[in-house]
Ligand binder design. Structure first.
Ligand SMILES: O=C1O[C@H](COP(=O)(O)O)[C@@H](O)[C@H](O)[C@H]1O
Length: 237
């Protein structure tokens, strides 16, 4: 499917809660199927504000959570006590109620250098069933997804499907701390991928990215243009 076709088949919902419910229901089906078929399921989730209603919907569902392995698509290189930590968000919002028994693998290890943190990230992913059963990605208004940013050389390298690295150290424009992101090649080791978007600015950004032929300035274009794994877009205003 081309980038334009992916957007044409986007599911558009009237509210963030309706989008979250629909996405949670699809993820629940995938997890249930994976656990019945293979005994375990893996789920990668983004950080940011968009997934909060999704996490709230998911944690209220009766699922075989003790067989579910959860990790992140990306992380800020900060301690888990930091309010900016994506791991903290997952612990506080997703891994509660019925989802409290899920196994969580954080990506980032504190106090180590870039290479060691990338290795820790790769090792964390190694604990999850692969291919990943469900990967949910978010996107910023600048068309970054995971932590793969426009104009960042490390992000551009991580968008190449030829890279053997699982995780990359990247930088967001004007942010003090570095990021840790799964590379595109690793994100594509997935059975199912959703891109979860909320707001008019993100819809404009993804349309511009689909029309452009420049993943360096519009990283999500590389995700939309690849042919390996279909991307299911869930959008609400
Ligand atoms: O930095 C990040 O931002 C994006 C989008 O966040 P949102 O608040 O606009 O939903 C997110 O997908 C990514 O995982 C996160 O680290």
């Amino acid at each position: 499917m081309s980038a334009t076709q992916t957007l044409e088949s986007a599911q558009r919902f009237p509210s963030a809660s309706r989008a979250a419910e629909a996405l949670a229901s699809r993820v629940a089906d995938i997890i249930g199927f994976a656990v019945r078929a293979r005994g375990r399921a893996s789920l990668l989730v983004p950080g940011g504000r968009t997934p909060i209603p999704l996490f709230e919907a998911l944690r209220s569902l009766e699922l075989p959570w003790a067989s579910v392995y959860v990790s992140l698509t990306d992380e800020r290189r900060v301690p888990q006590t930091d309010p900016n930590s994506n791991a903290r968000l997952v612990q506080e919002v997703l891994l509660k109620d019925k989802a409290a028994d899920a196994h969580f693998q954080p990506l980032h290890r504190d106090g180590v250098d870039d290479r060691a943190d990338e290795a820790a990230c790769g090792a964390a992913l190694g604990m999850l069933p692969r291919p990943f059963d469900a990967v949910i990605l978010g996107m910023g208004d600048d068309a970054h997804f995971a932590s793969l940013f426009p104009g960042d050389a490390a992000s551009t390298r991580a968008l190449s499907q030829d890279t053997e690295a699982h995780c990359a150290t990247t930088r967001a424009p004007s942010e003090p701390h570095a990021r840790l992101s799964l590379t595109l090649a690793t994100l594509l080791e997935s059975r199912w991928i959703a891109l979860h978007l909320s707001g008019a600015a993100k819809w404009d950004a993804i349309q511009n990215a689909a029309a452009a032929d420049d993943a360096r300035q519009h990283p999500v274009q590389a995700l939309l243009a690849q042919r390996r794994v279909p991307v299911h877009v869930y959008w609400s205003p």
